[in-house]
Write a new protein. Structure first.
Length: 173
């Protein structure tokens, strides 16, 4: 059985390499999930990027599988300053069932990342997860609208477009 880190390493950094193969391995054997999760902490940024992608795709199908990892996602993974890890983290936080306290912690983390992000994908996916939180909890909507207003003049066209759509959705009643 090939190591997941080895399968995720090498090749062009713009490519997902063998990520789909790794996803299939983990979906077929959830016992390999800890091995995949550990790859988020690899010294190799390509492995971290691909591990984040694979983990997010596994999470989409089985969000409950990541329940034991919630605190590590909100702390150790949150500390990784790599944009591709940050955007996959934002996606996973929107998929995994979180307690109210964890959702508050996730919201603070996402706002922190949003305030510092330069990467358009991080910004867009963070806004999308924060929008999901605001859809689920109406008390978050005013603060979320304020965040959207701060992003209205983003240098990124895709961010401006997403903000426009979200502002329409979250227009004050």
């Amino acid at each position: 059985m090939e190591a997941i880190e080895q399968a995720l390493s090498g090749g062009d950094r713009r490519s997902l390499g063998r990520t789909e193969e790794v996803i299939a391995w983990v979906l077929a054997d959830s016992g390999r999930l800890p091995e995949l999760f550990a790859c988020l902490f690899s010294a190799d940024e390509i492995v971290r990027m691909r591990a984040g992608d694979a983990l997010e795709k596994v999470c989409r199908q089985h969000p409950d599988w990541l329940l034991p990892y919630r605190q590590r996602l909100l702390t150790a993974v949150a500390a990784i300053q790599q944009p591709s890890v940050q955007w996959h983290l934002a996606q996973m936080l929107g998929e995994i069932p979180l307690s109210d306290q964890e959702k508050t912690q996730a919201g603070a983390l996402l706002k922190h990342n949003l305030a510092r992000a330069q990467d358009w994908i991080v910004i867009n996916l963070t806004l999308e997860t924060l929008a999901q939180f605001a859809r689920e909890d109406t008390t978050l909507r005013a603060d979320f609208r304020a965040l959207l207003e701060q992003q209205q003049n983003s240098r990124h066209k895709s961010v401006r477009s997403r903000v426009k759509k979200l502002l329409q959705e979250f227009a004050q009643d």
